[in-house]
Design a protein around this ligand. Structure first.
Ligand code: PEP
Ligand code: MN
Length: 367
């Protein structure tokens, strides 16, 4: 990857000017000129909005749903920029969208989750965006695949596009979840470690799918050191033509923003620094103890596998593992450690134990 100076990035520059996370807001979809301008004016009055978002071409699961107002909406966004005074951003999914957006002076573009999944589409967009200088935000793909998300950012960088941000909008899952799209924060953190120079923005609206989760999801993102939020806002959310359940009024957005706690990256308070250092050293000791116990346990697994091998006994002993999965979370609960977490941890230990035993039982006989 090219090493670039952070000032080359539009989003990094805006962040440095503001000294606070960026806030992007606006309706899921542009519906009418009045709705767009009313939302923009109310957002402008909050004084905390950096970029006005609105869908013009909407990727919908089924045909016949509202698919966006199309090109006509671009003129409404020009009015937002020129009359209300907010820079504007829209989703683009094809080179034609890019061309029309740029012809109307749209300030920032974003690539949606249903486009990021498709490397052909992403490459066509990268080719269309190359050399335009327009800042681009890349949403995570619908499926929980960090490599596809990273791949889309790499395609942009290879096309010479460095004004980049990533948007975390959560992932589809089959498992029932309180979220519309499971956040799976770990994947976004992984992307951040691979692209530390690219600002990361959270989309609590598409993660939550419901209004009451927007605030806690936004807080969590800020606590995880995200660089911004993109929040769907509508003057009359219940009547919105798309994503009605998750949109909030500009007034509610103002409340959410003022309820958020902006914490520091670190502190130069000497007491804080000393205490944090002391606790981290104790954690280092605890981690060594955990690893020593794990090594002891794995050595016992190996010894048992040798006995199984000698006696020609199978690896999987279901009763034993059922007992472990029941007892360990119970023990954890008594020690005030989260039972669900310990259940997950033992699933991983089980996988490793089976892998080790498979290796030992299938080792060729010595000659
Ligand atoms: C949107 O932001 O309105 C949108 C369609 O989002 P996503 O691509 O995350 O589904
Ligand atoms: Mn939406």
């Amino acid at each position: 990857m090219d090493s670039i100076s952070p000032v080359d990035n539009y989003f990094v520059r805006r962040l440095a000017e503001k000294g606070h996370p960026l806030v992007i807001a606006g309706p899921c979809s542009a519906e009418t000129e009045e709705q767009v301008l009313a939302t923009a004016r109310a957002l402008k009055a909050l004084g905390a909005i950096d970029l006005f978002r609105s869908g013009i071409w909407k990727p919908r699961t089924r045909p016949g749903s509202f698919e966006g107002v199309g090109t006509m909406g671009l003129r409404w966004l020009q009015r937002v920029r020129d009359e209300v005074g907010l820079p504007v951003t829209i989703e683009v999914a094809t080179p034609r969208h890019v061309e029309e957006a740029l012809a109307h002076g749209i300030d920032v573009l974003w690539i949606g989750a249903r486009t990021t999944v498709n490397p052909f589409a992403v490459q066509e967009l990268a080719d269309a965006l190359a050399g335009t200088g327009v800042p681009v935000m890349v949403k995570n793909p619908v499926n929980p695949d960090v490599a596809l998300w990273a791949g889309a950012l790499e395609r942009m960088e290879r096309a010479g596009i460095h004004n980049l941000a990533a948007i975390h909008r959560g992932f589809s899952t089959f498992a029932p979840s309180r979220y519309r799209n499971a956040p799976t924060w770990q994947l976004a953190i992984e992307l951040k470690t691979r692209f530390p120079h690219i600002p990361l923005i959270c989309d609590p609206s598409h993660i939550s799918g419901r209004r009451d989760l927007i605030q806690p999801v936004s807080q969590k993102a800020l606590d995880l050191d995200y660089d911004g939020l993109i929040i769907e806002t509508h003057p009359d959310p219940d009547q919105a033509w798309s994503d009605a359940e998750q949109q909030v009024t500009p007034q509610r957005l103002g409340e959410i923003l003022s309820e958020l706690k902006y914490r520091y990256r670190s502190s130069d308070n000497a007491d804080y620094l000393n205490k944090a250092e002391e606790l981290r050293q104790k954690m280092d000791v605890a981690d060594r103890e955990i690893l020593e116990a794990l090594a002891r346990r794995m050595a016992l697994v190996e010894e048992l596998a040798e006995y199984k091998r000698e006696n020609n006994v199978k690896i999987l002993q279901l009763d034993r593992w059922n007992e472990i999965f029941k007892s360990r979370p119970e023990w954890a609960g008594k020690l005030r450690v989260n039972e669900k977490f310990v259940g997950e941890l033992y699933k991983l230990i089980h996988i490793e134990s089976i892998r080790k035993q498979t290796e030992i039982l299938n080792r060729p006989d010595e000659q």
